[in-house]
Design a protein around this ligand. Structure first.
Ligand code: FDA
Length: 403
């Protein structure tokens, strides 16, 4: 069997589906191929099942890439208001949460259904269960793809003039992720910025790990930072390590071997508090002076871990410097994660196709005519908060407009 269309998009995820109906809306014939048994699996899982489909405020600073200017053009062409207008047009009910995050009221399925309806209305074909065996560029700068159907083994040849790679990153392999997009990029001479799990919880193996696990379930508002950035957000202690928005955001900026710092009591200057308690209540213990500042169970664990030698010493008998050191461990608790929970749970993949060889205006390869990369397969990683979908929509639109 063989099919000839103007544009083939590999990957029926967020960016692929969005790009597909936009290309078709400009009058081109479009086919989307995916090896999975279902389109848009990650969309269904996103935002805890409610899909944080965009953020009210999307700016280049919300994205990480070795080429920070790359996102500017696409984001300026297709922004939050455009996507919100589409969501409104489809009468999808949504609400705003903190920091401008927009979520569906009912289900992430509303967003997937919207994309599929748009594809259907513009005549986009979607072929699932399709394994791409090979891709070859033709003399007229088109492409020939050889595929095998996963279920019945039939082989099909597809020909197209434009080929869009929208295969996403490596996170959550059970949702269809593969390194295929990187292989295609390398086949055509692109380089790959090393990939790592991002928007992912941290793990700890030492005594700190035991302390953290003992607090599983506890959530606190903290300032989490490293030498690159700071986030004031909730932190969650889990049986595996540290999670919650503060940690996920920081993981985007973290590399193995680096330390992170957590201010466990951002509202309180603990050194000031302890030094003044020493004067006003000299017989108090550190834990008594700090009661109410941190949850009791956490305070006890920290005391045993960080200032055990002084835990039963009255403030009057502790040197000011010792109190300052204790304060630092709480206002700037410095930890060295042993790693992250990895691609199994990561929301995104940092790194990917190097954007220096891709046009920021069209998403087209600078090395192979009519080849495009969109979405997470590129070295563009968004913050938590609807930014990764924002990139899927914006890059998909920029690509569609240029085909
Ligand atoms: P995406 O991963 O969506 O799609 C890639 C497609 O390519 C898949 O359908 C896959 O099957 C297909 N594919 C892969 N390899 C292939 C191959 N070899 N052959 C054929 N097809 C292949 N972001 C956000 O902004 N708000 C949110 O609420 C969330 N929530 C969230 C929760 C969870 C659990 C995860 C894992 C991720 C999120 N994200 C998110 C991130 C967001 O889902 C992600 O960035 C986008 O889906 C990326 O869109 P893409 O189209 O690039 O890839």
């Amino acid at each position: 069997m063989s099919h000839t269309v103007d544009t083939i998009i590999i990957g029926a995820g967020a960016s692929g589906l969005f790009c597909a109906f936009n290309v078709a809306s400009f009058g081109k014939s479009v086919l989307v191929l995916d090896h999975a048994n279902k389109a848009g699996k990650k969309i269904l899982m996103s935002g805890g099942g409610r899909c944080n489909f965009i953020n009210r405020q999307v700016e280049p600073r919300h994205f990480i890439s070795q080429n920070p200017h790359f996102v500017k053009s696409a984001l300026s062409k297709y922004g939050s208001d455009d996507f919100i207008a589409l969501v409104n047009q489809h009468h999808i009910a949504y609400h705003e949460r903190e920091h401008g995050q927009l979520f569906c009221d009912d289900s992430a399925k509303d967003i997937l259904d919207m994309l599929l309806k748009q594809c259907q209305d513009f005549g986009v074909g979607i072929h699932l269960h399709t394994v791409i065996d090979s891709i070859r560029a033709t003399d007229d700068n088109g492409f020939v793809l050889s595929t095998t159907h996963k279920k019945d083994g039939t082989t099909t040849t597809y020909q197209c003039q434009h080929l869009v790679i929208a295969t996403g990153g490596l996170s959550i392999p059970t949702l269809g992720s593969s390194g295929f997009g990187y292989q295609v990029a390398m086949q055509f001479g692109h380089t790959i910025v090393p990939t790592e799990a991002a928007l992912v919880p941290f793990t700890f193996t030492d005594a700190t790990g035991d302390l953290i696990k003992s607090q599983a379930g506890l959530s606190l508002d903290v300032i989490a930072s490293n030498d690159k950035i700071s986030f004031t957000l909730p932190l969650l202690f889990t049986h595996r390590g540290l999670s919650g928005p503060a940690m996920l955001q920081l993981s985007n900026y973290w590399h193995l071997g680096e330390s992170i710092t957590i201010n466990l009591a951002p509202q309180t200057d603990i050194a000031e508090l302890l030094l003044s308690a020493k004067k006003s209540h000299p017989k108090q213990l550190v834990r008594t002076a700090l009661a109410g500042i941190l949850p009791k169970k956490l305070l006890t664990a920290l005391e045993n871990h960080l200032w055990q030698a002084h835990k039963d010493t009255e403030l009057a008998n502790l040197k000011d410097d010792t109190l300052r050191q204790i304060a630092t461990t709480l206002n700037a608790w410095t930890l060295k994660p042993s790693g992250t929970e990895g691609y199994r749970v990561a929301e995104v993949t940092r790194g990917g196709v190097d954007t220096h060889d891709v046009s920021g205006k069209t998403m087209g390869s600078r090395l192979q005519p009519n080849l495009y990369f969109i979405g997470e397969v590129l070295d563009v990683t968004g913050w938590l908060g609807g930014y990764n979908f924002a990139w899927a929509w914006a890059s998909g639109y920029a690509c569609a407009e240029s085909i």
